[in-house]
Ligand binder design. Structure first.
Ligand code: KG4
Ligand code: ZN
Length: 501
């Protein structure tokens, strides 16, 4: 089964939460109106247990700003998942959230006849302190009130604001330690569509316009003000110089105005570090980063101190290849999604397009490198020839065969890197991770090679500020010194420079 994730509840989850609420609590269930109100209120924190898009559980607590007490309001797990430890995971999340909110104690109520739940809570440090007689009606069952004291660990969890502007996404993210608080993205993609690729000047101008509203929205989502931020992290490379400069300029201005420390971090390492937001980042890992701007294969032994570039594209990035091929097939921009759609009905074996840098002679020098420009030319040539002959051809077959060639090379080289280095883990990142065939083939090949595959939620795979904030928080928690304010942008920053002092 796929890995389940615990994420903050959103409006789009309410309907599924209600279905589960009815299934679990029957006639005691809340109304949809109270569920929506409580789950999205300012004084509450609700989380959902997600299996892909499906809500399989949820839990929520309330804490008033003036109070040191947090109250567990509800917890529910899909009956089919009971006994697998998900109740505890949800409770753990509530307890850590209560602690982060500054609560010193947390309370809950449980049916006096539910000894399984009582046992779980007791094992987490909750004590039975009171009984409310005949609390659950009409069953006439008492409620146990249980309480746990929370140790004040709060300050070891820094609140970090991350700013990302290396390409066409303006991203502002906020994390507390390894907990995601906000991730707001404003993309200028639409403005590049008619050019078939990102236009640097347009991207830079769009960042300038988007930064302030994106920042305001992120603080709003996190329910914080600038005063609550402990440090600022910003991408200073690699990426488009003009675009990077906008984010760096804004970050420095914020740091100076607020007196907060600033960390200049590496965008690519951010794509790896983001995994801490979905549980522990297990190391060592091989990371395959594929987007419109980069195609890199990394060996990460330590997130802050030991990141090695194994290989990268020697010409186009994988996403760029999708964009260019989509354009020559007359499909829309960005090319990745439109090729994915067109390929659905095509035959991936219809045309055998070349796999770049996979011949024995290339594999010596370029074992982990990629090349997609030859593939793009091959597709163009194939289409030209078909058209010159006046032959009708299937765009679906071309799209499927092209997609197959890209997914094949990417996954074959990533798996080879795992096997060569004895690393049993592969982490994917970047916008191309959305590709259906890439995911399928990666899953298949990792399984066959006994490699654990990690794919963060798509919103965390594409460029975003949360990954920058997450990496910044790791630096703060490791006690690293902030960057001095005179750092610049570096459009070709090496992945081995995790952050610039
Ligand atoms: O990470 P991202 O949002 O931005 C950067 O380029 O940094 O990635 C965007 C790229 C585009 O080139 C787009 O065509 C590609 O990711 N992409 C895809 C898919 N969805 C987006 N490529 C292949 N298949 C997809 N489904
Ligand atoms: Zn990226």
């Amino acid at each position: 089964m796929s890995q389940l994730k615990i994420l903050p509840a959103e409006e789009s989850h309410i309907e599924q939460m209600m279905a589960l609420e009815l299934e679990c609590f029957g006639r005691d269930a809340w109304t949809e109106e109270s569920m929506r109100f409580e789950a999205l209120a300012d004084h509450t924190r609700y989380f959902v247990l997600l299996d892909g898009e499906k809500v399989r559980g949820y839990a929520g607590l309330s804490k008033l700003p003036a109070s040191h007490q947090a109250d567990v309001q509800t917890i529910a797990v899909d009956p089919q998942l009971r006994g697998q430890g998900y109740g505890r995971k949800l409770m753990d999340r509530l307890v850590s959230e209560a602690r982060n909110l500054g609560a010193s104690e947390i309370f809950l109520e449980v049916r006096a006849d539910n000894s399984v739940a009582q046992g779980l809570y007791a094992s987490m440090g909750f004590e039975h302190i009171d009984t409310r007689k005949r609390y659950y009606q009409p069953d006439d069952v008492d409620a146990w009130v249980m309480r746990a004291a929370l140790a004040a660990e709060t300050k070891s969890q820094p609140v970090v604001l991350g700013i990302e502007s290396s390409c066409d996404e303006t991203g502002i993210g906020i994390v507390r330690g390894s907990t995601l608080l906000a991730n707001v993205i404003s993309s200028s993609m639409d403005q590049h569509a008619r050019f078939g690729g990102v236009v640097p000047e347009i991207a830079a101008r769009a960042h300038l316009e988007a930064l302030q509203p994106t920042l305001i929205q992120a603080l709003h989502d996190a329910k914080l003000s600038m005063d609550d931020i402990d440090a600022i992290a910003v991408t200073n490379g690699p990426g488009l110089a003009g675009a990077l400069m906008v984010g760096v300029g804004a970050a420095k201005a914020l740091a100076v105005a607020s007196g907060k420390p600033i960390y200049a971090v590496n965008h690519l390492v951010g794509h790896v570090g983001v995994d801490v937001l979905e549980g522990e980042l297990e190391l060592p890992t091989i990371a395959l980063l594929v987007s419109g701007g980069h195609t890199s294969l990394l060996l990460v032994r330590d997130l802050l101190d030991d990141v090695t570039l194994l290989g990268e594209t020697i010409d186009d990035a994988a996403g760029e290849a999708f964009d260019k091929v989509a354009r020559l097939l007359g499909l829309g921009y960005p090319g990745g999604p439109s090729i994915d759609i067109a390929a659905k009905t095509g035959d991936p074996k219809a045309i055998r397009f070349p796999r770049g840098l996979t011949l024995p002679k290339d594999m010596e020098k370029h074992r982990y490198d990629f090349s997609f420009s030859g593939l793009k030319t091959a597709v163009a040539r194939w289409v030209e020839v078909a058209e010159a002959r006046g032959e009708a051809f299937s765009v679906a077959d071309v799209a499927a065969s092209f997609r197959e060639a890209v997914a094949d090379v990417l996954t074959a080289k990533a798996v080879a890197a795992c096997n060569d280095h004895g690393v049993k883990r592969l982490l994917l990142g970047g916008g191309v991770v959305a590709n259906a065939r890439l995911r399928e083939l990666a899953t298949e090949r990792c399984k066959a090679n006994d490699i654990e595959l990690r794919i963060p939620e798509l919103k965390l795979c594409t460029d975003n500020g949360a990954m920058i904030a997450a990496l910044g928080a790791q630096l703060v928690m490791a006690g690293r010194a902030p960057s001095s304010l005179d750092f610049g942008v570096d459009s070709t920053l090496s992945v081995e420079t995790v952050y610039t002092r």
